[in-house]
Design a protein around this ligand. Structure first.
Ligand SMILES: NC(=O)c1ccc[n+]([C@@H]2O[C@H](COP(=O)([O-])OP(=O)(O)OC[C@H]3O[C@@H](n4cnc5c(N)ncnc54)[C@H](OP(=O)(O)O)[C@@H]3O)[C@@H](O)[C@H]2O)c1
Length: 381
C-alpha cells in the first residue's frame, strides 16, 4: 500500500512537473496478502477502473486504472461495486478533518457502496454473491471503483425491494440520520416499533431539520415522523415542500423567504423545538440557536454549534454537538427492516454514468440536490 501510494505520488509529481493533464494512469499491482476467503479469486481481472482524488489538497478527481484491492485485514470483504454515491464536501475532508483521513489513505472517493460479495472471511455470515451495501469508513479507500474492500462490521444485506441505485443512496444518509436522532438526539427508536413508553416520550418532542430535502435530511424527516415525534419541521427551499411533506414533515419553513429566526419569532412559544438536527452550518445553524428550546438539544453534522452561537443569546441547552457518523452495519440492518416493511425509502436526486463523474460531483457541490446523487459503476446498475 505504501509502495503503491508512493509510486502514484511520484507519477503525479512527474506529470505535474511537465504540466500534463492527468486523465488516465496505471498503478502497479500490490502483493496479495494471505487472507481467509471462501472462494478463489483467480477469475478476477488484474486491473480495474477507479476514481482518485489526485491530491489531499485539491478537489480534482481523475480516472485511473489500478490493481484490484487485496484483503489485508481479517474483516476485509472483497465486493464488486455496482453503484456508489459521493457525499457533499468529501473532497475537502482531508483539509477540513485531517484526523479522519489518515496520510496512508488511498484517496478513492465515494464511501457508499452497493455491490456483490466476491470473497469474504470465513464465519463472517457473508457469502459470494450476497447483495450488500454499506458506508466504508472515511479512513479507508472509498467505492468509486470496480472492486472495494468494506469490512464485515460495516456491511448489511440489501433489502430485496431496493435496486442497486436505491441501495447506494442509503447507507451514509440513513446512518447519519439514525444516529443523529436516536443516539445523539433524544428520540427513542423503540417508538418506531410502537413501544408505548417510547411513543409517549417521542410524542412530546418537536424536531426541526435543516437541509430537509437533501441526502441526510430526507432520512431525518422520515425517521422522526415514523418514531412519532410531536412535530417535524422541515427547513428547505419552497419547491421541495410537497416532497418533504410526503416524507412526513408537519411544518415547512422556506428558508429563501423566511429566516429561521423570523419564523420562530412569529410564535416563539408554539414554534420552539426540542431537538434540532442541522446539515447546513453557518447562518442557518446560528438561526437554529433561536429555535431550540431551553434545555433542548442542538446537533449539527456540519459545524460545532457553539462556534456560531449568537453573541448575547442567553439560552442553556442540554446538548450542543457536532458528530461524525459511525459506519455500522448493525444500524443499517435495522434501517433495512424498515425499508423492507415499506416504511422508509431512499431519495435519489440523479443517476450518472461512471464516465460522467465530474458532472455528478458538480451537481452535488451545487448544494441543491433533492436526495442522493448516484454514480453507476457496473453495467448491472
Ligand atoms: N458529520 C457527518 O458524519 C456527516 C455525514 C453525512 C453528511 N455530512 C455533511 O452534512 C451536510 C449535508 O449532507 P447531505 O448529503 O444531506 O447534503 P445534500 O444532499 O447535498 O444537501 C442538499 C440540500 O441542502 C439544502 N439546503 C442548502 N442550503 C440550505 C439552507 N440554508 N437551509 C435549508 N436547506 C438548505 C438544499 O435545498 P435547496 O435546494 O432547497 O437549497 C438541498 O436539498 C454536508 O455538509 C455533508 O458533508 C456530515
Amino acid at each position: 500500500m505504501y509502495l503503491q501510494s508512493y509510486l502514484l505520488k511520484r507519477s503525479l509529481q512527474t506529470l505535474n512537473r511537465h504540466s500534463v493533464t492527468v486523465t488516465s494512469i496505471t498503478l502497479p499491482r500490490s502483493s496479495p496478502v494471505v487472507h481467509n476467503q471462501n472462494m478463489s479469486s483467480s477469475a478476477l481481472p488484474k486491473t480495474m477502473k477507479s476514481l482518485l482524488q489526485a491530491s489531499r489538497k485539491s478537489p480534482e478527481v481523475v480516472l485511473i486504472t489500478s490493481p484490484l484491492p487485496t484483503p489485508s485485514h481479517p474483516e476485509d470483504v472483497l465486493v464488486r461495486v455496482h453503484a456508489t454515491a459521493p457525499c457533499a464536501g468529501e473532497l475537502q475532508w482531508a483539509i477540513n478533518f485531517p484526523d479522519s483521513v489518515p496520510p496512508e489513505k488511498e484517496m478513492v472517493p465515494c464511501q457508499d457502496l452497493a455491490g456483490t460479495v466476491v470473497t469474504s472471511p470465513a464465519n463472517s455470515g457473508l457469502r459470494p454473491g450476497d447483495r450488500v451495501y454499506c458506508r466504508v469508513s472515511a479512513e479507508r479507500a472509498g467505492a468509486a471503483r470496480d472492486y472495494a474492500l468494506p469490512r464485515v462490521s460495516e456491511l448489511a444485506k440489501i433489502p430485496r425491494s431496493l435496486n442497486w441505485i436505491e441501495a447506494a443512496a442509503t447507507p451514509l444518509s440513513a446512518l447519519t440520520a439514525w444516529q443523529a436522532l436516536f443516539e445523539q438526539g433524544k428520540l427513542d427508536a423503540a417508538g418506531i416499533k410502537g413501544d408505548a413508553g417510547a411513543c409517549g416520550r417521542n410524542g412530546a418532542i418537536r424536531v426541526l431539520v435543516t437541509g430537509a430535502a437533501g441526502g441526510v435530511g430526507s432520512w431525518v424527516v422520515q425517521l422522526a415522523a415514523l418514531a412519532g415525534a410531536k412535530a417535524v419541521v422541515a427547513v428547505c427551499g419552497g419547491d421541495k415542500e410537497d416532497a418533504v411533506r410526503q416524507l412526513g414533515a408537519t411544518e415547512v419553513v422556506d428558508y429563501r423567504k423566511t429566516s429561521i429566526e423570523e419564523w420562530v419569532a412569529a410564535d416563539t412559544e408554539a414554534r420552539e423545538c426540542d431537538l434540532i438536527i442541522d446539515m447546513i452550518g453557518g447562518k442557518s445553524l446560528a438561526g437554529c440557536w433561536t429555535a431550540v428550546r431551553s434545555g433542548g438539544a442542538l446537533i449539527s453534522i456540519n459545524t460545532p454549534p457553539d462556534m456560531v452561537k449568537p453573541a448575547g443569546l442567553d439560552k442553556e441547552v442540554a446538548k450542543s454537538l457536532f458528530f461524525i457518523v459511525k459506519p455500522l452495519g448493525s444500524n443499517l440492518a435495522e434501517i433495512g427492516e424498515l425499508i423492507e416493511a415499506g416504511k422508509v425509502r431512499p431519495t435519489v436526486d440523479s443517476v450518472w454514468e461512471f464516465g460522467d463523474f465530474k458532472k455528478a460531483f458538480a451537481r452535488l457541490e451545487s448544494g441543491h440536490a433533492k436526495g442522493k446523487i448516484i454514480i453507476k459503476v457496473s453495467n448491472e446498475a
